[in-house]
Design a protein around this ligand. Sequence first.
Ligand SMILES: [Zn+2]
Length: 578
Amino acid sequence: MTSVVLAWLAAGTIVIGGAAVRAGQQVAAAEPADLIVLNGKVVTVDARASVAEAVAIRGGRIIAVGDAASVRARTGPATRVIDARGRTVIPGLIDSHVHALGAAPVEAVRPFRTLSSVGDLQAWLRDEARRAPGTGWIWSPRVYPTRLAEGRFPTRAELDAAVPDRPVVADGAYAFVLNTAALRAAGITATSADPAGAQVVRDPGGEPTGLVRNARSVLARYLPPATDALPLDQIEALHRVYLQSGITSVVERGGTVEGYRAYEALKTTGRLHVRATVTLMLPAGLQPADADRVIASLPLQPGQGDDRLKVGPLKLTVDGGILLGTSFMREPYGQSSRALYGVQDARYRGFLSTTPDVIHAGIKAGHARGWQMTAHVTGDAGVDVVLDAFEAAQRAHPRADPRHTLIHAYFPTPEVAHRVATLGVLVDTQPAWLFKDGDALRAALGPQRLARFIGVRTWRDAGARVAINTDHMFGADRDTAMNPFNPFLTMATAVSRRTESGQVVGAGERVTRDEALRMMTIDAAALSFDEADRGSIEVGKLGDLVILSDDLLTVPEARLRTITADMTIVGGVVVFEK
Ligand SMILES: [Zn+2]
């Protein structure tokens, strides 16, 4: 035993990160590894951006990182040795914003299809009317005007032309288009008052155009009845495609207690193949006076769980979406946004989807009870409100490092970024939306505003911690899903700032490849308090690795987004192999 230890030390294994092996997890230095990856370009993402040749894993954790000879010394009779043949090895990617819990029930009924024009949408609606005959409401798959060839919402007339005789909703999550039958069924007329919280867009004669903003709770009663249980098979299948994409950890961003229980069921039956943190949504319609009671009555505790599954933060929804023109902005959307968003009022700048009272009360109550708080907030004026609430909560009840988080926060300025960094607030944002939506948004919002859209350079320069992620909502293909969950597209867009048409928008917000990788690994780990445990290839950390098809650090920029995972390893176990 002793001689083996000495041989290992003499061979000079680089123990990167030095003290990463924590008390209670002391690994016997000479014990053989379960799995070794040799002959790689191991991009460790440690503090010094070290590159190694090999890595060894035992008992689910990394026990050695260094040159091939020294790591090979950890080979035993049962060690699986993988020859990386010079390929790049990176830490398992962390997608800190997915909705597998939302995508899975859709996949279980009718696999999601991205619709790319009004004609596509009409064809889908006609099809659905045939597939499910009757008089019930028809809800389209999620559609965004920025992603339709026409660059606008469908009109009421276009929906009527597809399905005239039953209610139809084109579903944009934060804004909806209703056909005539749906408007009638929902009681939205030229003389009706707007339903609470919703904005009915009207023509000059007062007639509803069909576009209704912020109406999900109003229309919820017309949704098809939810199936009884979340489909575990589909959730597991989505996790498999995440692993095929190199994603080894996810944060569910729209979870519920029921969603957490679904993850628990997968875990206890050995079917949870990714690591997951589940965010819990606070209920829509939360009242300030109820906030503390609602949060106190949750049957889950902050951070409860382990390194496979744990309870994450609480989440409030503060405004709508920039793809729909419902983000709450400091400046008016402006005339050029009229076509895309159906904006008629020159002063329109979006709106909060709830009241500042609710935002303050929810954040204060959760903060005081030890929860990490997150807010879906897309517009810059919305961010101001949320930061005020984070600041007030911290002042009323000081806590060390609560890591409250802005989700989306699409238009940072240096001043706001400085405030975020000073408050210790984190950011969760989605570069691939610049790729998918940047062309349409630039035309609508102007080049100045778009130059800082998803400006991760601005956040980073101010010292704010940022995670980049995909916001995968629907579909099971990494490149055609809504939104694409190809992590290499996310990183490529942060690096290139290129839209789908090839235009560079806001070149000043570019980051390096190393920075992009950090924002999907070690910085993303910080969002769930996991940076000591994952996000880099260092001794003592979880053995989550990806072997790539191409070198992320040197492949030509245009090919960055075509990189694939050749092999994915979670806790030292090969969970995907091409
Ligand atoms: Zn989301």
